[in-house]
Design a protein around this ligand. Structure first.
Ligand SMILES: [Zn+2]
Length: 693
């Protein structure tokens, strides 16, 4: 699980595969004249709000009042601010690479050529639809269901990730995820996930609210326009069929909450099983098209969706599937096709779906493309330049303290069986925490980048990533592998590796500042680190042992207590209503909400351990404990457009930022720090505060 979700696929890049971090939350941006200060952002605090009534507004209210969402953004906060810092730095590195006139084939040359080919708008306009044409011609040449199956197989990409970056969305019929096996954690295994929808989630097709109906009708118009721009006739009729097909697929998809349950996901199928269990699609041809015809077994994440999607391939006419394929092909390339298509794509997926009135500047999108396709090539230079050994050492010391805090908390749990505790401690012993950057880097020598061919560069880049993953199948797992680049403002827990990564770009002020007090650092980044460590033990982590193997290492009694305690937390989040017609889904966000409570609890312990009994120095009249909680609350200050918030509530496993900040109401230390009294809105009597770890 990553820390801030990935709902931004559509908002920013125009190249859907790059899950760029138009991330959530965070207002402790040093956006005022106070650039020089370290510690909590006192100017952001709204003293007219009682901390016990609305802690989120108390910590961030003044910042919220004076901040406008830029027109090219769906939301703004610390994450997007740091994202901008990281983008600018990355752009600088790219510019250097461009000036260096490096040798053809070198990493620097690839960075330069990829970026320049994206920036060459005149070249893109001049080529028109030429780069797309061979792909559409190939689809037009499909005669029957057998050739269709082959083409569907050819469209398979490594564009989903069920457990690390929790991305369950692919517009292709299915998606491939290559990771350590549920049943053989020592080797890379092929997981197949449901797909086929362009809209972000099944709910967009099924929900009956007026807002959703409006989006669906706008979507159909958009599909028609895209087909027309690509030169198709009768586009209204085709669009109707395409949307109806996606609607039928959506009805068979699992909900996000169901997708997060790994116990229903561990289904091993041999190639022969597909034809028997999920008849309809010509599976042998599909796997040939995908280059997976030698693969002996797969883990099928959502068997019911595979059954139904395969049946749809049989029952829906080949002409409709060809239109669906063509439309998806156009959409996949639209971000790097002439502006008529790119703009129409943004008008729907950016403006209508997230509410952002403007696209981000082209250079920022270009940085996104380079990060998406050559992420480690840039990351290697980024880490060298922007993450000095001293910062790495201090962050690693915090990690050590947090792990020690968890060891104590586990020992002190009254409800947990001693055998369960022993395995939890073993997980802490084998836990690999990557700080800043990976130990080894991706090799891009097999990826061909041309200076004047952005469409081909993107196409080949996705194919290169796919083939690299396919080539790893069956090979031994590298437990120190990273799934995020150092320039990503996020953090991640990799349950099948029993590993965490904290990229250099999140280990920056205001999250982490080597010159700030322990109170601010532990409240801000300490709670993030604690959040990620706790995933090792949560609803996900309890299913994986110290070697990353799928094994339930809990007793039934442990599980019962855990489920009761976590149900209370889900119920607490169910009461939050960001819209009159839409509540937070406590179950969908449960794993992340548990991690937030655990993270701040352990960070609070780690902070007190770091103090070693001394009184913390006050800042602007705030005690150490107050600074700690304010720093935590200020992680979450953010403003978002209503459409983006709605999308998040429906599709993201993380609750909206406001409620993540307010989870301090579960921590005893917060009541003491701010003298929170009964009657105040966030007040919970001691027995109602949810304690899990
Ligand atoms: Zn998380």
């Amino acid at each position: 699980m990553n820390f801030t979700g990935n709902i931004s696929r559509f908002a920013v890049s125009g190249v859907a595969i790059f899950a760029l971090g138009l991330a959530l939350g965070g207002a402790r941006a040093q956006d005022t004249a106070k650039e020089e200060t370290h510690g909590i952002a006192v100017a952001n605090i709204d003293r007219s709000v009682k901390p016990g009534d609305n802690f989120y507004l108390y910590a961030n209210g003044e910042w919220i009042k004076r901040t406008e969402i830029p027109p090219d953004r769906a939301r703004i906060g610390v994450f997007s601010k740091l994202d901008e810092v990281s983008s600018k730095r990355t752009a600088g590195l790219i510019e250097e690479a461009a000036k260096a006139n490096a040798a053809p084939g070198s990493g620097s040359r690839k960075i330069a050529d990829l970026y320049n080919s994206y920036m060459d708008e005149a070249g893109i306009e001049a080529k028109g639809l030429t780069p797309l044409k061979p792909h559409l011609d190939a689809i037009a040449a499909i005669h029957d269901k057998r050739e269709l199956a082959h083409a569907l197989g050819e469209s398979l990409r490594a564009d989903v990730d069920a457990l690390n970056n929790t991305n369950f969305h692919t517009p292709n019929l299915f998606g491939l995820w290559v990771a350590p096996g549920f049943n053989d954690s020592e080797h890379y295994t092929a997981y197949l996930l449901e797909g086929g929808l362009e809209l972000p989630d099944r709910e967009y097709y099924l929900a009956n609210s007026e807002g959703m109906k409006k989006i669906r009708s706008e979507y159909e118009t958009h599909v028609s326009r895209m087909l027309k721009l690509a030169g198709y006739p009768d586009t209204d009729a085709r669009a109707k069929q395409i949307v109806a097909l996606e609607q039928a697929i959506a009805e068979k998809h699992l909900s996000l909450a169901e997708n997060e349950d790994i116990h229903t996901a561990n289904n091993t199928w041999s190639p022969a099983d597909f034809g028997v269990k999920a008849p309809g699609l010509d599976w042998a041809e599909y796997f040939r098209g995908a280059g997976l015809n030698k693969q002996a077994s797969f883990i099928v994440w959502q068997p019911s969706a595979f059954v139904e999607e395969s049946a749809l391939v049989a029952s829906v006419p080949v002409e409709t599937w060809k239109d669906w394929l063509a439309y998806h092909e156009i959409e996949a390339g639209a971000g790097v096709l002439p502006s008529a298509l790119a703009d129409e794509r943004f008008a729907f997926f950016g403006k209508a779906l997230t509410g952002a009135p403007q696209q981000r500047p082209r250079w920022q999108r270009g940085v996104g493309v380079v990060n998406g396709l050559l992420g480690d090539e840039v990351g290697r230079i980024y880490a060298q330049r922007y993450f000095p050994p001293e910062a790495k050492a201090r962050a690693e010391a915090m990690v050590t303290n947090l792990i020690a805090a968890f060891r104590k908390r586990i020992d002190a749990l009254a409800w947990m069986d001693p055998r369960t505790k022993a395995e939890a401690q073993a997980k802490l012993t084998t836990l690999y925490v990557g700080v800043g950057y990976p130990e080894t880097w991706q090799d891009y020598s097999g990826y061909e980048v041309k200076a004047d061919d952005i469409f081909g560069n993107v196409w080949r880049g996705r194919m290169f990533a796919y083939q690299k993953d396919v080539a790893r199948l069956g090979k031994p797992v590298d437990r120190h592998e990273w799934t995020m680049t150092p320039q990503t403002v996020n953090a991640v827990n990799l349950p099948l590796y029993n590993a965490l990564s904290f990229p250099a770009a999140i280990l920056q002020p205001p999250f982490f500042d080597p010159q700030a007090s322990d109170a601010a650092n532990y409240g801000a980044i300490g709670s993030v680190i604690g959040h990620e460590i706790s995933h090792t033990f949560d609803t996900e982590g309890s299913a994986f042992d110290s070697k990353g193997k799928v094994r339930n290492w809990w007793t039934d009694a442990d599980l019962k207590h855990f489920e009761a305690a976590t149900a209370e937390l889900a119920a607490q989040y169910d009461t939050y209503k960001p819209f009159p017609d839409l509540s937070v889904n406590g179950k969908q966000t449960l794993a992340e909400s548990i991690a937030d409570v655990a993270g701040i609890s352990a960070a609070f312990d780690g902070y007190h351990a770091a103090l070693g009994g001394k009184t913390a120095p006050p800042q602007d009249g705030f005690s150490g404990d107050q600074q700690f909680f304010i720093a935590f609350g200020q992680n979450w200050g953010s403003k978002e457009r209503a459409a983006a918030l709605r999308q998040q509530v429906m599709t993201d496993p993380h609750a909206p930022a406001e409620y993540r900040a307010d989870t301090v109401r579960n921590i005893d230390g917060w009541y003491d720090a701010f003298s929170v009294k009964p009657g105040e809105k966030l007040y919970l009597a001691a027995p109602d505060r949810v304690r899990i770890w």
